[in-house]
Design a protein around this ligand. Structure first.
Ligand code: FAD
Ligand code: NAI
Length: 497
């Protein structure tokens, strides 16, 4: 009895202490302290974008040393790794975004945030022209801002390779609004299929969900769609759920080229068990409003009817503003894959005034959040080092002016030499993870100079805990945990927005 009493008290203390700590942490987040005003003696950094690259840079930047202005058409950061869970309602859209102002409000010096789209960069005048492109606009037309340093992190657009009808007749999965639109369209197909008086052929078409692209985005989305059908549609639409078909189309001989062979096979087998058809060596040629034309492995053209088609990922292409910037920088920027930068993320041809990283650049790394985040953190630290260097140089000049002791000057000189060494960026791969449906995930993790591959339910738990710890804030973590709990208890919501 005494043991049980002690155990009870310890448990209660642990629960109360963690609850108190979470509450205190949330309270502190909601009540940020005063910020320093902008300082005209400091250099101005203009940041374009609020994605993985830009926000990671902001997080590591010491804003006491700079005046910072953020311009992005999106006034929030989006945690893309959990985006495939949004279209079927496993996760609420709001749970994986964090307002930019929430991030900037916690910096030491005030950071200006403008919701707008950069229209053009003038690398000679060191200025950016930007505009509010949202539906509601005030009186301000395009505005121009000057920078000392520009952080160019505008990401990339989804590539459709000029395939006829791809833009008009597909859904995408890149931004939050894509996921919301996809959710609405999925439910529209289901409800339309439930409408009376239709031919079986038409019902089957409406219930055919096609995912184009066997990269991680396509695989995760197909897995989530499968869960939705099995866990939810079977209960609320029993007569329709059995007729739902999910097909994944991939041009290459196999899906997930970035994963180990063993995990590719595991994924393909899991999809087979889950009745998800994978069509490999099958190239999409045209997308019509109700059918997709593909070239099958024999070279024959086949038309596949669908209700919903998702153009999942399928490589990045440059934004118009990036193409324009490349044209302005002439011979320094000739790589059609993206912007050329050096090992310190300095844009070639910009005379050290523009830093660029993330999906808009062409480097030897894959266009992933992992890379963009590490590059962002690196550049933030680089700016801190540059500010430190500038301070030391000012101190040295002052000491020389005051004809200070030579030893003192020597100490500062040595510090300057140390601070001048800008280490090149080095990427550290933390592994690849993907959810594949039915509470299974796959993971390729670096281990003792080799690779550790695993797949299954245990990996799924690891996948969830890894994303939980990577989520941006305590608020995001709590919201995602609540979403997962809600789905486990009540199932997914099937109402259409
Ligand atoms: P983005 O995150 O796209 O940010 C670009 C920013 O620039 C946005 O805020 C945008 O609004 C802004 N912008 C655009 N145009 C302008 C303009 N003209 N002026 C100013 N701002 C502008 N990677 C992983 O490593 N792991 C994963 O699990 C993973 N899952 C993913 C799932 C999905 C569904 C998707 C689509 C991608 C996933 N990725 C993942 C890839 C990852 O999201 C990208 O590599 C990453 O977002 C790149 O970061 P970025 O900052 O360069 O670009
Ligand atoms: P992707 O570029 O990796 O995959 C797209 C796939 O579409 C390719 O395999 C390509 O062969 C195929 N394709 C292209 N054109 C086609 C056509 N006409 N017909 C049929 N198939 C066609 O894109 P994805 O999945 O969006 O990933 C983008 C980046 O984000 C990658 O670097 C990826 O590693 C990263 N990412 C990582 C995730 C993770 O680690 N869990 C999750 C999602 C994305």
């Amino acid at each position: 009895r005494t043991f049980l009493q002690i155990l009870g008290r310890v448990t209660l203390t642990v629960i109360l202490t963690s609850g108190g700590l979470i509450y205190y942490s949330a309270w502190k987040d909601r009540h940020p302290g005063d910020q320093l005003p902008h300082d005209p003696t400091k250099k101005t950094i203009v940041v374009l974008g609020s994605g993985w690259a830009a926000i990671s840079m902001l997080k590591s930047l010491d804003t006491q040393e700079y005046n910072v202005v953020v311009i992005s058409p999106r006034n929030y950061f989006l945690f893309t790794p959990l985006l495939p869970s949004v279209p079927v309602g496993t996760i609420d859209p709001r749970s994986i975004i964090q307002p930019t102002r929430y991030i900037t409000r916690h910096k030491a010096r005030r950071v200006l945030v403008y919701e707008g789209e950069a229209l053009a960069v003038d690398p000679n005048a060191k200025s950016v022209t930007f505009q509010d492109t949202s539906p509601i606009r005030g009186e301000g037309g395009p505005s121009t801002i000057e920078y000392d340093y520009l952080v160019y992190a505008v990401g990339a657009e989804t590539q459709t390779f000029g395939i006829p009808g791809a833009k008009e007749n597909s859904c995408f999965l890149k931004e939050l609004w894509d996921a919301e639109q996809l959710r609405s369209k999925t439910m529209d197909c289901i409800e339309s299929a439930a409408f009376p008086g239709q031919r079986d052929e038409e019902v089957n078409r409406l219930l055919h969900m096609v995912v184009v692209g066997g990269g991680p985005t396509g695989i995760e989305l197909a897995g989530e769609l499968h869960d939705f059908v099995v866990d939810d549609l079977r209960k609320w639409y029993p007569e329709l759920a059995e007729k739902v078909r999910i097909t994944l189309i991939e041009a290459l001989p196999n899906v997930l080229p970035m994963f180990s062979k063993q995990l590719i096979t595991y994924t393909e087998q899991t999809f087979k068990q889950n009745n998800i058809d994978i069509l490999t060596k099958t190239m999409v040629k045209e997308i019509k409003p109700k059918s997709v034309v593909v070239q099958d492995p024999t070279g024959a053209k086949v038309e596949i009817p669908f209700g919903l088609l998702v153009w999942a990922g399928v490589r990045n292409t440059l934004r118009p503003i990036t193409k324009d910037l490349m044209a302005k920088l002439g011979q320094a920027q000739t790589n059609r894959r993206g912007l050329t930068v050096d090992d310190n993320m300095v844009l070639a041809g910009s005379n050290g005034s523009i830093y660029s990283f993330g999906d808009c650049t062409a480097t030897s790394y894959a266009p992933t959040a992992q890379v963009a985040a590490q590059q962002g953190t690196y550049v933030g630290k680089l700016f801190n080092q540059m500010a430190q260097l500038a301070k030391l140089e000012a101190e040295l000049a002052q000491l020389k002016k005051e004809k200070a002791d030579l030893n003192e000057i020597d100490v500062v000189n040595k510090k300057i030499v140390k601070a001048s060494k800008m280490k090149p960026f080095q990427y550290s791969h933390q592994g690849s993870l993907a959810y594949i449906g039915s509470d299974k995930a796959i993971a390729d993790l670096p281990f003792l100079n080799g690779n550790f591959s695993s797949g299954g339910v245990a990996t799924f738990l690891f996948w969830r805990s890894a994303y939980m710890s990577n989520l941006f804030s305590l608020r995001n973590r709590c919201l995602v945990l609540i979403d997962w709990a809600k789905v486990a208890i009540f199932g997914r919501d099937v109402s259409r927005d």
